[in-house]
Ligand binder design. Structure first.
Ligand SMILES: Cc1ncc(COP(=O)(O)O)c(C=O)c1O
Length: 360
């Protein structure tokens, strides 16, 4: 039996009754866009996140773009960001006509906040920052708040992989994704922004709905980026109530991997104690061999990510590609082991056994 990276069959078996009840409720309501389900989910999410305002949008990438735009970011602005992430993080910056500036990573792959301080000191004019809480690991929030204060930064925290850690409280905006594989994933696309400031929340709500200030009055040229009523209802009624249990299961699996995987060829990077373990990254020198070995043994390993963002061709020829050498090297060695909440104990032990037998 294969051990997949995600197991949506088991998730469906566990959640389908609640999902179908949510779908039936939306269907019967006759209201499918920006109605009481989105409002109800936004309230529940804001309470969960301990921030006063939440606004649902179409996906996590839009959440970053709309968050930056609501903070004033536009053409030509410099945005400091993480060297390793989903491409969506940097695409959100590029779509605004802004310019990403990458800091290198720390040994665990997350952005190095000391290097951020050096860059911000040496290169005045960087007004925006999109730090990524990668893998389920929350960055040092005190260090992040200090950077915000010392350099007057406008920060959109990319929390897509770290819901439930306490991330999202250092910047002006927290952006998250409900892509199906996320710790809180929908049955399709979805995202949200969270913030403390009521005016900022109002401007985000305006931007997501064509920039409307009132019906058919378009104060700004906005987006069509709304969270569906269906996804909001499913998230609120079927998935958010399970998130705490899912997170504990991820944490228990990570603890077991960290204790029992003992192979000199597999390095397990450092992680904060409160990680929500969206992914379980390991580092290997012979990555192609490792991927083939685990896949042949039926283990759904993946790469997050095969390249540092700075290496992506879409950044264009004019982009300065030197630097971020640690991130490039990290990506060459990084591989993720399965860590979804429906893995059973036997599967966890099998992954450990297979890991320990590699090159033994
Ligand atoms: C760190 C990070 N940022 C942003 C995104 C973008 O989210 P979405 O796929 O919902 O646009 C993702 C997920 O894909 C992600 O992992």
């Amino acid at each position: 039996m294969k051990i997949p990276a995600n197991d949506f069959e088991r998730q469906w078996a566990d959640t389908s009754a609640d999902v179908m009840a949510a779908v039936a409720e939306v269907g019967a309501s006759g209201w499918y866009i920006l109605g009481q389900q989105v409002r109800g989910f936004e309230e529940a999410l804001a309470a969960y996140w301990k921030l006063p305002h939440a606004a649902g949008v179409a996906n996590g990438m839009d959440a970053i773009e709309i968050g930056l735009r609501a903070l004033g970011c536009g053409t030509g602005d410099l945005v400091l960001t993480s060297p390793i992430s989903a491409f969506a993080t940097v695409l959100a910056i590029l779509k605004l006509g802004a310019m990403p500036v990458f800091a290198d990573c720390a040994p665990n792959g997350l952005i190095d906040l000391d290097e951020c301080r050096e860059i911000l000191t040496k290169r005045p004019g960087i007004g925006y920052f999109v730090p990524v809480h990668l893998y389920g690991h929350c960055l040092d929030m005190e260090a992040l708040s200090n950077l915000r204060r010392d350099f007057g930064l406008r920060i959109v925290e990319d929390c897509a992989q770290s819901i439930g850690t306490g991330c999202g409280h250092a910047g002006q905006v927290a952006a998250t994704s409900f892509y199906p594989t996320k710790n809180l994933g929908a049955l399709g696309d979805g995202g949200a922004l969270l913030c403390r400031d009521a005016d900022l929340a109002a401007s985000v709500r305006q931007l997501r709905d064509y920039g409307q200030s009132h019906k058919y009055v378009h104060a700004v040229a906005g987006y069509n980026s709304r969270l569906d009523e269906l996804q909001a209802a499913i998230l609120r009624k079927a998935f958010l109530p399970r998130l705490a249990r899912w997170t504990s299961r991820r944490q228990a699996i990570a603890a077991r991997y960290r204790e029992a995987i003992q192979n000199p060829w597999i390095e397990i990077p450092a992680a904060p104690a409160d990680s929500v373990w969206h992914l379980f990254p390991v580092l290997v020198d012979a990555k192609a061999e490792a991927l083939a070995y685990f896949r042949d043994a039926g283990v759904g390993v993946a790469e997050h990510y095969p390249q540092a963002l700075i290496e992506q061709p879409a950044l264009g020829d004019g982009f300065h590609r030197s630097g971020c050498e640690r991130a490039k090297q990290f990506c060459r060695r990084q591989m993720s082991l399965p860590i979804h909440p429906y893995l059973d104990d036997n599967e966890v032990e099998r992954v450990i056994d297979i890991a320990n037998r590699w090159r033994a």
